[in-house]
Design a protein. Sequence first.
Length: 616
Amino acid sequence: MGKKKADKKGKGKEKTALKTEKKAERKAKKELAKKGEDDIETLIAQFHAKDQEKTKYVEEKCDPPSERSNMTLTPHPDKEELIMFGGEFLTGSKMYMYNDLFFYNIKKNEWTKVTAPNAPPPRSSHQAVALRQHGGQLWIFGGEFASPTQSQFYHYKELWVYHIKNKYWERINSPGGPSSRSGHRMVQCKKLLIVFGGFHDNTRDYKYFNDIYAFNVENYTWSKLDVSGTPPAPRSGCILAAMPDSYRVTVYGGYSKEKVKRDVDKGTTHVDMTTLMPEGKVKDDTIPAKWKWVNAKQSGARPSPRCGLSCAVAPGNRAFCFGGVFDEEEDEEQLEGKFFNELYLLDMEKNRWYLVNLRGKRESTEKKKRRRKKEDGEENEDGIEEEMEDEDEDEEDGGGDEAMEVTTEKVGNMNIEGAEDTEMPEGATNTLFDDGVFQVKIGPALGSTSGEGTGEGGQAVQVFQPHARMGALMAVKNGVLFMYGGMFERGDKQFTFKDFYSLDLNKMEEWNVLIENDESKLVWDDSGSSDEEMEACGGEDEEEESSDDDDDIDDILEGCEVPNKNDEETMEEYFERTKDFWIEQSKKYFENEEMRVTTRTVTKFAKEMCAEYVKR
């Protein structure tokens, strides 16, 4: 008897859930129809069908790409070029998605747009790796597609390859690969493409991953790696850096969130580092059968907690990292992002961090002569000869008597100076080490648009630094670090940069501006946001509103114990006292409607529900 009752009760719950789901689906379709937007799979199919019509290869010189973020920038495997693919651009009122393919010629400072047959659908937050084999290949995995109103999202699990020499796209159908995701990371490890982490969000629920897969680029097969040890926690947006000549991969940082209770999420900014390496010895041309996770002890000038930190690997097993953001909670409903523009160097062999301050451009010999003559008032040739001898001595000993006594290390091709291995406590003061070439600073530092470097003789000079940002694209080609775009928030506005810089890693003097950051041209259109937020909240035209509001409120509050309103309370006082209840109902509504909206929209709709309830 008990079992039958339980079964009956269970079927009742299933029936109610199914009814709710169908109702939510009908409402969602109604909202999409009002916005003039098809369902997301139809949108993707339309893009794909349009691309299928492009059967010819077209190459044309063009202006730099339009504003976009979360695309990929990849060094060409052979030529002095960079390859950009995909991305998204949020204007504030509309989301644009791209599947453009651009090639940037470094020597000529020219952009070329390439249209090739069978291109992947538009996407962002995917990953790309370029290989030399078969005339050059650009491999693309995963990513996401967002509808123009951001009310729908779709995650990909496709693997694509662009054949650079033969100029066509190919979708690789290989079973056993990672599930649909975005925000993951992918790197080359000899014959393997290693994929780690990421997340999947369908607006009702989300999941972060810490699984790790390998794709063999010789036989085109996926495998989920057999890894012993303690893995990194699930996360997205982390740093994944591989040593080019070994099967060793570093995982650092990233972001994740988890439900701590109903309708309450807790975000985590990760700061740990873990290394993936083969378990046991590996012969030269063989792929490891077993792997292990090893917790990495970090030292040096570790970055403060942040996500959206960008990374590019340089020769000598060095990884350069820039920017990032840390969300500081102002109150329960407001987060304020603190953005950074620091450049860090990670020695991947020693797991040691360095904060790099560029030293600025060197003066020419003639300028140095004139400056020193002016300072010393000495015009004779002997004086000039003495000065030149002094300069040579300064360059050899890193500033003569003024040089600090520090530990000197070699990282790749660069001799740099740093402190002994230490863990930096929170709030520690900065310690500066200067060798006359560039500075390494151990300790916390604030981002800015210009910074102090050190010229010859230990003199402080102002060195330009790119604007603070998160999600910048970084790539290293022939000893030069390139950085493109990124995002920055000011209040409720999110700006997408399209500036472009290069930095000679051998000289480490200053950033070279390839495309200036013109803030007067930054785009954010929030003029339609209030109307769109009302639409997302189920708001309609005034003629329709009066007929549907009562039904909507009844549906939302069905089965709820609504807090009583005291006679002497105003609506504002009543809402303030019962705010938690109304916000919870607002969140449930958007979850049922499968809509992703801002915290501000949730609160706004909660107030509107409360006002409508009080009015009734």
